[in-house]
Design a protein around this ligand. Sequence first.
Ligand code: GSH
Length: 213
Amino acid sequence: MLTVYGEGRGFRVVWLLEELGLAYRLRPVDLFAVENDRDFLAINPAGFIPALQDGETIMVESIAILQYLLARYGSGSLGVDPDDPAFASYLQFLHLGEAGLAGPMNAVIVGRQFAPEAERNVRVTRWARETFESRLGLVIRRLKDHPYLAADRFTAADISVSYALLLGLRTGNYVPGSVERDYLARTTAHHAYARAMESCQATKAWAARSPGL
Ligand SMILES: N[C@@H](CCC(=O)N[C@@H](CS)C(=O)NCC(=O)O)C(=O)O
């Protein structure tokens, strides 16, 4: 049985598992009390989420977990094969969703919402916001004349980037334009997205009290 530890970016993993129709267990992790969660710290001593346990295999990093699951359990239409011309675009956006969007957005959230006033670093926060914006420009450019980020079909790259855009939206740090709104309406219309939301009750509650599309 696959076990996903933690929501947050674990939502990407749960969404993919729902798309693939694979059985899993979601084990919640309270990041505000993680130092007392010995069972989780045995899985990820670094104490961040998500983590995946698959038998003896334990791993972290949401995008790596997506790649692992697709490679190990069959990607169906959610991956792109290396001999497909869309492979490069697929890999690029799959990783850009975290490295170029959600990662910098973390710095914006900490800089604007979590850090005590005296410890806020305006320059770092601005840099992170500008990084997010410039990478977002690549996403918008692509979506202006394509429905999805790669291969003109929904792939794991869309799970990666959709999550990042929703993170920015729900934390009030990004307002999607019409291109991204139409895109998010398309990706979140998936039944697997709705099932993932039912599975991830903390994410569902967060979405309900946050800005929506
Ligand atoms: N690049 C990592 C980022 C993981 C991450 O930032 N997780 C957040 C919650 S979604 C977290 O655990 N933050 C607390 C921490 O990093 O200690 C991934 O994609 O999994």
